[in-house]
Design a protein around this ligand. Structure first.
Ligand code: AMP
Ligand code: MG
Length: 419
């Protein structure tokens, strides 16, 4: 189960009705530490998981001096001003080393990746020699040691190649394989239970009655969670009533490290949500100076951590990316990394009122001159999920910004790299 230090508390000096995005993120971060369970897994299973222990190389990469080119291996002591000739006495292929000695005045034909004989230390590319029967004439000036990949030049034995807290990528799997490592120790993947709340919600495949809408939040949540390599528990739609919510939360708290709900945390919602969360755990209701996604419930129920996200479909995604995803990464053992944010000119006018931090949806693109630009996706209502679907980045607009003219520089956070 997840570990929390210390208990979230309502009694503090921060105004829960007006938190900044930064304050909310910091408080969530400060309350969490990584889970303690770990497992030994095979390399393929480890893809996307978080290293619990650093990996130290047991050997050198490359394991022996080898040729970076197809050409001829020679002794640097034999190098003279071009042209000069050497006797070709053999051949080395990748995987089939030349076994004999290479004496003064001799060389061997060598292929890329083949082991350099102990007597040799230099390779001349085949394009720079003229072979003639068993002699080769070098017609370019050479430098001692050229075209040789030295043993251990990539990785030395004892080097830390991957630190604890690293989420393993495809390149990492290859790197580990190159060291002969078949198993690694990773954190156990988090278990996250999630559900939607609302009497108006209809599941896919069910008849859409008058006044109902399809539940989309469980699908966006599923997608965002799956990208984090999480074991997900989809608990379906919970109707707006006390006992159904109680049962769902109790079940989720025993099954999962983290519970995520959507809907039912805004001002207009029945008070039972607050009552129920107070009865079952310690949950704070925050109002964050952001748009979309103002209300957020955060705390602990039983052993599990709880996030109550707002119901509006865009708010769910924005609050997930800003608060839940960093929290899940931290709980899962991943080392903190700063989000990728950079400035680009925005092609259109941006409408905004001062007061809240806005996460407008944007499209990064290259204009006809090949320069990177961003434009907004159009209407920015928190229910317009299409804006998220069209977007490939957030446009980040600080609290005090009160609109921008076309061509202004804006900070963007690309979706690629959000996980
Ligand atoms: P709430 O936060 O429960 O007041 O919901 C805010 C808005 O989001 C309302 O228009 C809801 O109908 C809508 N909404 C809530 N949950 C979902 C959901 N799972 N899928 C789609 N829309 C939702
Ligand atoms: Mg609702």
């Amino acid at each position: 189960m997840a570990e929390f230090t210390p208990q979230p508390s309502c009694a503090d000096d921060v105004d829960h009705n007006n938190l900044t995005v930064k304050q909310a993120s910091q408080r969530i971060h400060d309350l969490l530490s990584p889970i303690s369970s770990w497992q030994k897994v095979s390399l393929r299973q480890a893809l996307g998981q978080i290293l619990h222990q650093s990996v130290v190389s047991p050997r050198q990469v490359p394991p022996y001096n080898n040729s970076a080119m197809d050409g001829y291996a020679l002794r640097s002591a034999d190098i003279k001003n071009a042209p000069f000739s050497l006797t070709n006495i053999g051949v080395a292929f990748a995987g089939k080393p030349y076994q004999g000695r290479v004496e003064t005045g001799q060389c061997i034909r060598i292929m890329t990746g083949a082991k350099i004989p102990d007597d040799c230390d230099t390779v001349v590319m085949q394009e720079q020699v003229q072979p003639n029967e068993d002699m080769v004439t070098v017609h370019t000036d050479l430098k001692a040691g050229q075209n040789v990949r030295l043993a251990g030049e990539d990785i030395d034995s004892g080097d830390t190649v991957l630190p604890a807290g690293r989420r393993l990528t495809a390149a990492d799997l290859g790197l580990l394989a190159s060291l002969g490592i078949a198993e690694v120790v990773t954190y156990r993947p988090l278990r996250v239970a999630f559900f939607s709340t609302g009497d108006e919600l209809c599941g896919l495949g069910e008849h859409l009655a008058d006044g109902q809408i399809y539940d989309s939040n469980r699908y966006t949540l599923y997608g965002m969670l799956s990208q984090l390599n999480i074991d997900v528990i989809d608990m379906g739609v919970i109707p707006d009533n006390r006992s159904a919510l109680r049962i769902a939360l109790q079940q989720a708290a025993t099954d999962a490290d983290v519970i995520i709900s959507s809907g039912g945390v805004s001002v207009g919602d029945a008070d039972y949500v607050k009552d129920m969360l107070a009865e079952l755990g310690e949950v704070n209701f925050w109002k964050i100076a952001m748009r979309p996604g103002r209300p957020l419930a955060f705390g602990q129920i039983g052993e599990a951590m709880f996030f109550g996200l707002p119901g509006n479909p865009v708010s769910v995604m924005v609050t997930f990316y800003q608060f839940v995803q960093p929290a899940l990464k931290r709980l899962a053992g991943e080392t903190d990394s700063d989000p990728i944010i950079f400035k680009v000119p925005c092609d259109n006018v941006i409408k905004k009122r001062a007061g809240r931090f806005e996460f407008q949806r944007g499209i990064l693109f290259r204009n006809n001159e090949g320069q990177l630009r961003v434009s907004t996706t159009g209407a920015q209502g928190s229910g317009i999920l299409r804006s998220m679907s069209m977007a490939n980045c957030f446009i980040l607009l600080e609290e005090n910004c009160d609109g921008l003219s076309a061509g202004s520089l804006v900070n963007v956070q690309p979706f690629a790299g959000l996980v």
